[in-house]
Design a protein around this ligand. Sequence first.
Ligand SMILES: [Zn+2]
Length: 258
Amino acid sequence: MLYFAIIIVIVISFTLYRRRRRRMLTQVILTDVQKLLLTKNIDYYNQLSDLDKAYFEDKIEQFLDDVRIEGVGLQVTDLDRLMVASSAVIPIFRFKDWRYRNITNVLLYPDTFDEDYQYEATEDRNIMGMVGSGYMNGQMILSRNALIKGFSKNPGMENTAIHEFVHLIDKADGAIDGVPEGFLPFEYIKPWVRMMHQEIHKIESGHSDINPYATTNEAEFFAVVSEYFFEKPDQFQTRHPELYDMLSRIFGQDPAQG
Ligand SMILES: [Zn+2]
């Protein structure tokens, strides 16, 4: 009986200790209402096991601690924040301690915006999202309409916010060039570049269902196929098995069901 009591005390103190430790680790703690918003709006989260859901929540909290999300001409809602953070977490979900070190702010615009900013060769589709360079370094700009559309219940192959975070993953090695060097073993780099060029050629000749925006350059190719990979993994795997395998290696994930 005494042993039993001791064990219970140990378990309770350990649980309390973990909760306290978690509170010390992040300022932001998701409320039940916010978790419900994730459940209702983020399919990726919904498909996770309970354990992985908790891990996803941790990563969201950590991201919201690190990065400020500000509205320009709009009031940022909880759902906006959670969608931005989810877009950041989804591609790096399987990397335990990975953090975005090249972003401090996300500016949300109501809709598409024009080109009064300095940016790298990553300007997107007149313009739903961009990652800044020069004096805009560390900033990302997103159209809220595009953000919400990316998580709509009837997903296409597009998710602008994931696209922009993939540019930041690409940028982690210093260059936005379509080759995320830290994510791909050296021996895969050449095959990956070859694969990109082959597929760009197919798109140009009308023999691919990948969004033609991918032909802009390798960086856009990588970001566009990553959207497809996370939005329609089954279809992407069926139609582009080699690209699927390579992205699966890069992101450490296998999101297709079958
Ligand atoms: Zn882009």
